[in-house]
Design a protein around this ligand. Sequence first.
Ligand SMILES: [Ca+2]
Length: 167
Amino acid sequence: MFANAVRPAAGMIRPGGGAGEGRYIRLLLKRSPASDAGWTQQFALSEVELLSGGDDIAQGGVPIASSQTSSTYSSARAFDKNISTYWQSANYAAAPQYIGYILPEPILIEAIDAIRIGIGSTYGLTSKAPREFDLQHSVDGESWETVFSVTEAGAWVVNTYKEFQVS
Ligand SMILES: [Ca+2]
């Protein structure tokens, strides 16, 4: 368990069963050094992996994001297995912002046991990396449920990944 990772109250976690199966996963990014400072570009990250049994299941689906600076920094850049490319939220788009993935098949949210986030070496990127975020799950892409929260991810180092244990 990552030292600063916290679980929400048990009642917030959807139990297994049909209602808990969904294709929509996202990270709701609530705070970064850039958002704290009111920068025009508040969030960026280079890679997101949704780990289940050691495998990244964010493959074969559709990346999504609340906004992007331009097509160069689209949501797909966070899922291309290249730490040199990154997604970045739009200019002046305030927190929170989200980066996520529509899986090709529904899963139980409990199947995700860790999240890995990678930050590359582009100047300023570590300042836009999330310090506080929620893992959210949805069955319809409209109503989202928080299943895991990180309140302080700590400082980021260029060209490194942090892994957050969900279960
Ligand atoms: Ca990338």
